[in-house]
Design a protein around this ligand. Sequence first.
Ligand code: BEZ
Length: 242
Amino acid sequence: MEATQLEETQIQESFSMPKIGDKAPEFTAITTQGEINFPSDYKGEWSILFSHPADFTPVCTSEFMTFAHLEEKFKKANCNLIGLSIDGLYSHIAWLRTIKEKIKFNGMENIEVKFPLIEDISMNVAKKYGMIQPGESKTQAVRAVFFVDPEGIVRALIYYPLSLGRNFDELYRALIAMQTSDKFNVATPADWNPGDDVIVSPAGSCGVASERMTAEELECEDWFFCTKKLDKDLVLNDILKK
Ligand code: BEZ
């Protein structure tokens, strides 16, 4: 194979990424909390597997502090956090110690990151999850977020460039919305949050379409666009651990 062809193939490999509905690619990795086997260690629970470009960088630091601050909130929603960058274990440990000892951000300080941070110098995991996007950087992972469900299936993925810190309210909203869809067999409209009306699945026959228009519990704009109330407490009591 010629050099350029080889390079092209390597770039294609870096781009291979799981799609929504795929089984999450398996891996064993060293982390700041010991070895993990993903996704098998997390069976029965949701996971957010996310990458960041590098340790000791400011946007990443702000993100880690925010995620660590919210970890309990995600845990209550049956969701584990797992971070990754193409750095070594000792760099990770030193960075997390510095964050705890020195960094203040958005009213947070003395923040201890207790969730695992994967060392991925080999880029083994980053390549499996398409976290390296050569147009952005050939050596650093972009800010990728994979939502993996209790069966180990990829349910959503969000990618951000290096310069853009993530919105953690949106990550939490997406997690709760997907769990709500699963539990109540509904879809969630734009900007949905618990307590807002939800969307009932589209009518699959003319008979159902007519029934929809007169059903008391539904509010229909038209036969294909029907919503219903879903009580906030019902959603949260069902999803959040006590
Ligand atoms: C940061 O986390 O601050 C950062 C990392 C890589 C590129 C740009 C910003």
